[in-house]
Design a protein around this ligand. Structure first.
Ligand code: GLC
Length: 650
């Protein structure tokens, strides 16, 4: 197969739209709907993106008519309060880019028992400053091992012990009232082996067999395997699984019971249009496109980041814009920088695909800088990022529910005088605590014996050394290390996402080893249960939880009032003459900001002229709310010090 052509861009306004019959069909289906005019106006704005994408993916099929029917049905089921939200969000499309936007990610059961329990904790989230809540997979998964819910059995049902769809709709409404948006995962690369589509395929229904990638013998799988990496080599080697019922090899990128979908089949796309609109109609504001990079397979490639992945996203997004426009998409693509920016749109897809994407490089570089006490590699790695569309933003994070893979580019490492493989092996050892200079306490995930590289699990506080701290000084350093990392992800612009428990300095949870379904997956080490008794004691001023919480709150509050942290502009990252000091520069019409970070555990100094550069007036630190003194023309920075410098307040 040759790569699909990138759909040409044509301005959505002006000029005739192809498929005039599709608009007529939509108008007819909406004839009795009081907001038909709104929907048709949105068709005129986004229908073109949909048409171009569907024509390119599925030429010569009747998928367009089916999708139009789904849009009409999806809109018909949209409750009035969400139609009102659609209007509000169309007027404030930058809601997720604003400096007061702060995310929080948690498993429902581990955070609060069930969905009603989450509703009862809204005050806690609001107090912290959270405006965006990502509840980890909560749709009904397969019984037994299910990859933390990423093996969905039924997209129309909530996991029974967490509640019902009605509870979900009720929770989203309460969150909205508190100014918090709701994000859920959309697992669209694969379904559980027990999902109804897979069951039908296994019972011999040909059209459902076509929902998956099934091969009668090893010929094709072997040809694909020649260029395919393995995601879980330890517990799920290979990318294909033999299934007796299918009498064939089914594509399984992840676990053997997660069956990859065949997105070349337009019926799969239609199923997901319906799923997306149904979730949007429960009040979900953002869908995290899980493992989106893997959606389209092409022989001779690693079957990631294929152009069709973006065309599929464009189709789903355009569909949502028409029927439920307050919904946005967040790409989970843990891929190299050039491939990553495409998820926010490059060329004709700029502004037409995901609204948010995880900034994996920033996360890795923060941990790398903290381990080496050196910010030069970070500056090098981030200097290659292209600009992203001004309508999109990064989702920044210090930890998430997954392992950290040491995605350090060889050329970047060489540029600062290091070796890529050497540095990746160093970070692997460092963060599992096997290096003499290490402060960290992580565990390996999927070790690669050939390279010595280990992906790493562990909570932010444990990776930063809080569990190993033996003195008051070490304890303070560990907390400040985490806060320095959080300052970077909060100062960068975009929506910073706090992983549950980081705000109270939760340490690793070794109990996962005693749970049969989790024991072989060390990622459960950093998915602890929320200890609410610790929250109840947050006022104990010298506790780890208090220090961390107070530090994070200060960052969040400061950030919220700095208009110049709005994600419309990007951040440039520079090293300085002191390797331990990194400088983030944000040039914004609302006021420039220069941020300074000491990534080391020593006090260091750096010439003020170098920090401020052209911005000589930026001497006021917004975090400490004071003008920063210089000593003999230099700033003296305490271990892990963070300055967000602006013009002094008027
Ligand atoms: C994503 C999830 C990860 C999961 C994988 C397969 O990468 O973040 O937890 O294992 O997809 O669904």
């Amino acid at each position: 197969m040759t790569p699909a052509p990138v759909p040409a861009a044509v301005a959505p306004t002006g000029g005739p739209t192809p498929h005039p019959d599709a608009r007529t069909r939509l108008a007819r289906l909406l004839a009795d709907d009081p907001s038909a005019d709104d929907v048709l106006a949105r068709w005129d704005r986004w229908g073109f993106d949909l048409i171009v994408a569907l024509d390119s993916l599925y030429p010569g099929t009747d998928v367009m008519a089916n999708v139009v029917d789904l849009l009409a049905a999806g809109h018909a089921n949209r409750p009035d309060h969400l139609r009102a939200r659609d209007r509000d969000r169309l007027l404030s499309p930058d809601w997720f880019q604003r400096p007061d936007a702060v995310g929080y990610a948690a498993y429902t059961d581990r955070f609060a028992g069930d969905l009603n329990g989450v509703a009862a904790r809204i005050d806690y989230l609001s107090e912290l400053g959270v405006t965006y809540l990502h509840l980890m997979p909560l749709l009904e998964p397969r019984p037994g091992a299910n990859d933390g819910g990423y093996a969905v059995l039924d997209y129309g049902r909530v996991r029974p012990d967490l509640g019902t769809m009605a509870d979900l709709a009720c929770l989203s409404r309460k969150l909205h009232e508190a100014g918090i948006s709701l994000t859920l995962d959309l697992v669209l690369n694969h379904v559980a082996r027990e999902h109804a589509w897979a069951t039908a395929a296994r019972s011999g229904e040909r059209n459902f067999r076509d929902y998956f990638m099934v091969f009668d013998d090893r010929t094709e799988p072997d040809r694909y395997e020649a260029s395919l990496p393995e995601v879980f080599p330890d517990f799920a080697p290979g990318n294909f699984t033999w299934d007796d019922d299918l009498a064939g090899w089914v594509w399984t990128t992840f676990n053997s019971w997660q069956w990859d979908l065949n997105w070349a089949n337009p019926d799969v796309l239609c199923e997901f249009v319906a799923i997306v609109l149904n979730l949007a109609n429960q009040g979900v504001d953002c869908l995290r496109l899980d493992a989106i990079a893997f959606l389209w397979k092409r022989l001779g490639t690693n079957c990631q980041n294929q152009p069709e992945v973006h065309t599929i996203t464009q189709a789903l997004r355009a569909a949502a814009r028409i029927a439920a426009p307050s919904l946005i998409f967040k790409a989970e693509a843990i891929v190299a920088p050039d491939a990553l920016v495409a998820y926010l749109g490059r060329g004709p897809r700029a502004g037409r695909v995901s609204d948010l994407a995880y900034h994996n490089t920033l996360m890795v570089q923060v941990w790398s800088a903290l381990a080496t006490r050196d910010g030069r590699l970070m500056a090098e790695a981030l200097s290659h990022f292209r600009e992203i569309p001004t309508t999109t933003a990064w989702a920044t994070y210090l930890r998430c529910h997954d392992d950290i893979g040491w995605a350090v580019d060889d050329a970047d490492a060489v540029a600062v005088g290091w070796s890529g493989s050497g540095h990746r092996a160093f970070l692997s050892d460092f963060y599992v605590g096997d290096h003499p200079a290490s402060f960290a306490e992580g565990q390996a995930f999927q070790e690669d014996p050939a390279t010595g590289e280990k992906r790493v699990s562990g909570t932010a506080a444990s990776l930063a050394g809080l569990g190993r701290a033996r003195s008051a000084l070490q304890r303070r350093l560990a907390i400040d290390r985490v806060l320095c990392g959080y300052a970077m992800i909060m100062g960068f612009g975009g929506i910073p996402i706090i992983y549950m428990g980081d705000e109270i300095a939760l340490l690793n949870d070794d109990d996962y080893r005693s749970e049969r379904e989790h024991a072989d997956d060390s990622r459960w080490l950093h998915r602890p249960k929320m200890p609410w008794q610790v929250v109840a004691q947050l006022s104990e001023e010298d506790s780890n939880a208090h220090l961390m919480y107070a530090g994070l709150r200060r960052l969040i509050r400061t950030r919220a009032r700095l208009e110049s942290l709005h994600a419309t502009v990007g951040t440039q990252v520079y090293s300085t003459s002191n390797p331990a000091v990194v400088r983030f520069v944000r040039r914004h019409p609302a006021g420039d900001v220069v941020q300074v970070y000491n990534v080391s555990d020593r006090a260091v100094s750096v010439p003020a002229a170098e920090v401020n550069g052209h911005y000589t007036g930026l001497v006021y630190d917004q975090l400490s709310e004071a003008t920063v003194p210089t000593v003999a023309g230099s700033y003296v920075l305490a271990p892990y010090a963070t300055l967000w410098l602006t013009d002094p307040p008027a």
